[in-house]
Design a protein around this ligand. Structure first.
Ligand code: NAP
Length: 495
């Protein structure tokens, strides 16, 4: 492991957790350098300063990882469900034991406030516990054929070596959401975390090593050349599955690549979530829910409320209350006491949010609070509420991925549902109403894989998470999450 040079602001604790993280590739149970010792830098988004360098894998390194996963597959598939349960629960307990250090590490590389990082570690750990249980419950079947002259034996087997690609916004949970069901099902894997936030995943991989997961079962490659490293693996025919979380744009490229060898795919892609507030909503709950759905992760979540449609009779009051609540959120480095809003991930993110707000204002939106990036270092953006946002504003069709809440009025239920569905995306929608019939009618009519009914957060490891339309394919979590890593085999038996 290479040493880290302390940045001027790094506290003793920060340096300690950074120093503890392996910075190399994890292949076949060993930490090893990338070819020619190449590295790339990880930045602290609150300062823009480098905090660590990690191994920069080449395509050749990626193939070594792939080969390790392929070699380990048969033996791993033969391990008992009980053994896989033990490995997953071992990792679950270590995440909890080390939550303070892991949360600090996540905040340093990703920017979110410490309390949110702790929340993500807990959420990430729950996938380990959930899928530990699922490992013990893989179902099969035995039945008579309709004609009675044969028997059907139905069993589920691991898909095989899997490629896992994760985004920067939830650096650990998006990884455990894939690694845990892969292990539970008996699949080996190669994981590639996002280049902006590799440290949390590397720390987690070291925990899997510590709990004794056999060599080659999980391999990790970090790289500044994602396409160059992953495409040969996808096209090699050695992997049987790709599970990807990230943008719809990249997801479509990967789906094309997967077509060549007909890989199984799970695609958790972008969102453009509508948040509907009806005239009969409990406004206190709706404001609280909007704050959660908008501000979790500084708005950098696929589930973030991206378009807030409010009935014309309550939009003024709702806007005033939401603006007050947003303006009261302390903004600062995620390590700061009481900070609720950290920086965005990078300069591009800050520029994009600034441009989207300017575009909405040009098209007639009024700024109720915020509206710009503060002066100074880091990629911060002041929590912003806009009202009267036109449906042709860019932010009505693009993911904002920042702390900006755009309000648009509606007058009828049909109009609200039509506006909500007027997007190629379909990950999650939110509905606030106290009318049961309306709640059910609207939830059924919304074109999304998930609906938050009078609640602003839907993520739960025990529930099936995923989208429809261009938001993706497949589900993660819930009782079906493990199916993404299992093939059904039927054996016909003559009698
Ligand atoms: P992204 O640009 O699509 O990147 C996601 C991952 O794909 C990263 O690891 C990235 O590596 C890698 N990647 C990029 N180009 C690739 C290529 N040609 N071949 C192989 N891998 C490639 O997305 P992001 O900006 O990190 O994440 C934000 C997006 O993720 C948003 O659209 C958000 O809605 C979505 N998201 C969806 C869910 C969900 O569950 N549906 C959850 C979280 C986020 P590099 O880091 O090297 O670019």
């Amino acid at each position: 492991m290479s040493p880290t040079s302390p940045t001027s602001e790094a506290t003793h604790d920060e340096q300690r957790v950074l120093d503890a993280v392996p910075r190399q590739l994890f292949i076949d149970g060993q930490w090893s350098d990338a070819t020619a010792g190449a590295t790339f830098e990880v930045l602290d988004p609150s300062t823009g300063q480098a905090i660590a360098s990690v191994a920069d894998a080449t395509a050749e390194d990626g193939m070594r990882a792939m080969d390790a996963a392929v070699s380990a597959q048969a033996d791993f598939a033969a391990t008992s469900p009980q053994q896989r349960y033990d490995w997953l629960m071992g990792a679950f307990h270590l995440l909890h034991e080390r939550i303070d250090d892991l949360a600090l590490l996540m905040t340093l590389e990703m920017g979110k406030p410490l309390a949110e990082s702790r929340g993500e570690i807990t959420y990430a750990a729950e996938f380990l516990r959930h899928f530990a249980g699922e490992a013990l419950r893989v179902q099969g079947g035995y039945q008579r054929s309709p004609a009675g002259n044969a028997r059907f034996l139905i069993t589920r087997q691991p898909v095989g070596p899997s490629l896992l690609i994760t985004p920067w916004n939830f650096p650990m949970a998006m990884g455990t959401r894939k690694i845990a069901p892969a292990i539970a099902a008996g699949c080996t894997s190669v994981i590639k975390p996002a280049q902006q936030t590799p440290l949390s995943m590397l720390a987690f991989i070291d925990i899997l090593r510590e709990v004794g997961l056999p060599s080659g079962v999980v391999n990790a490659v970090t790289t500044s050349d994602s396409g160059g490293v992953m495409e040969p693996l996808i096209r090699s025919g050695k992997a049987r599955k790709l599970s990807f979380t990230g943008s719809t744009k990249v997801g479509k490229i990967l789906l094309e690549q997967c077509a060549e060898k007909v890989l199984r795919t799970s695609m958790e892609l972008g969102g453009n979530a509508p948040f509907l507030v009806f005239e009969d909503a409990d406004l206190d709950a709706a404001v609280e829910g909007a704050l959660a759905a908008k501000m979790r992760n500084m708005g950098e979540a696929c589930t973030a409320a991206n378009r807030i449609y409010v009935h014309e009779s309550v939009i003024e009051e709702f806007g005033t209350r939401l603006a007050e609540a947003m303006a009261a959120l302390p903004v600062g480095r995620g390590t700061g006491e009481g900070v609720r809003v950290g920086p965005l991930i990078d300069q591009d993110a800050q520029d994009k949010v600034t441009t989207l707000v300017a575009d909405a204002v040009d098209r007639g939106a009024q700024v109720l609070t915020g509206g710009s990036a503060p002066e100074g270092e880091g990629y911060f953006f002041t929590p912003t509420v806009l009202t009267g946002v036109s449906t042709d504003a860019r932010m009505a069709s693009e993911e904002i991925f920042g702390p900006v809440a755009p309000l648009t009025p509606f007058s009828t239920e049909d109009e609200a549902v039509a506006a909500a569905n007027d997007t190629p995306f379909g990950l999650v929608s939110y509905v606030y109403t106290t009318n049961l019939q309306r709640a059910l009618r609207v939830a059924e009519a919304l074109e999304s894989g998930m609906v938050g009914l009078n609640q602003g957060v839907v993520s739960n490891p025990a529930a099936p998470f995923g989208g429809i339309k261009e938001s993706g394919l497949g589900r993660e979590g819930g009782s079906v999450g493990i199916d993404e890593f299992l093939e059904i085999k039927y054996v016909g038996i003559a009698m």
